[in-house]
Design a binder for this molecule. Sequence first.
Ligand SMILES: *[C@@H]1O[C@H](CO)[C@@H](O)[C@H](O)[C@H]1NC(C)=O
Length: 392
Amino acid sequence: MGKLSMAAMLLILMFVSIVEAQVFDIGKYGGKPNSDIAQALTSAYKEACASTTPSKVVVPKGTYNLSPVKFEGPCKAPIEFQIQGTIIAATEKTTEPSWVRFSHIDKLTVSGGGVFDGLGPKAWGRCGKNAYCKNLPINFCFDFITGGLITDITCKDSKQFHVNVLGCKDLHFVRFTISASGESINTDGIHIGRSSGIKVIDSNIKTGDDCVSIGDGCSDITVEKVTCGPGHGISVGSLGKYEKEDPVTGVTVRNCTITGTMNGVRIKTWPDSFPGAVSNMHFENIIMNNVGNPVLIDQAYCPWNQCNAKVPSNVKISGVTFKNIKGTSSTPVAVKLACSGRFPCQGVEIADIDLTYTGKEAPAALSQCSNVKPKVSGKMNPPACSAPISAN
Ligand SMILES: *[C@@H]1O[C@H](CO)[C@@H](O)[C@H](O)[C@H]1NC(C)=O
């Protein structure tokens, strides 16, 4: 080996040792399989977070129990949680709003192939059948994270929402799996609020409520190559129920497959609402398999009759495209664009829609529109806005 290449080798070795993260294995902090590792994980995190070089908290293979934990930053350097094991929620009643909460961390990675099992079905029994369970913990809360990657992790059977993203910037979910029964109640997959630069990519979501829901104050959100179902589909909103909601702008949902869900892709706003704005929404290259209401703008979203559906919504919707959406609808109305009578939807485009109704009672799927004049192109089955809709 010549002098130059030796020097190069040394440089490479030095570089590798610099970027190699320092490891904080929970075993060193007393964490053992089949026991509650909350204490060990918290201690490992505290030391890792104080490290001035990149750190890695490791939960090795094995099954562990975990009572609610909070990982609060800021940390001194990037931090990774490498979860190889299966972590099971404590079954005791808790008043914590979250099971695992990460907050105020810059450059957070959660990876490793591990599973977080929230044991939801054990908690729901306590609330009575079909009753909405209040005050149950969310499996994962990400609050004010900047620059993060959640990858190769399974989040299972949360007692409530699986993941809540609040006030985050540039947080990516890649090869992330959510798994819960279609009958589970209020178990949204990933709810995103007041965040920007959030991506959900190459992921698989099965649950009892929205697979992904996007609330007020969001911008630059991408949902790509996600399979959704069972569940309630991929939603923007609901919006307009609360005062002073920030606009939602820049949402792209593409190359997704939605199967057996209650809805497909939708934007929902409350009638008789506070002002709000939704703009720059793109839904494209989506396969629908036996999906109810595959394409839906619903500006009279009024569950449990909590509102006056006859008074129009004050949320303005503009710049929405639905392109290349194909497959089957389990409801006769395959496309419904029900916009506000006070603020008709602006700049709506639909292109290359091919949806057929799988039911017996009607021969053809329907497309209904109100207070919107979409620009139409490409194949259009059912014909755009060909069926009447009751005013709202
Ligand atoms: C998304 O789907 C379209 C149409 O099926 C395809 O042409 C495109 O390559 C896909 N993009 C990605 C990123 O998979």
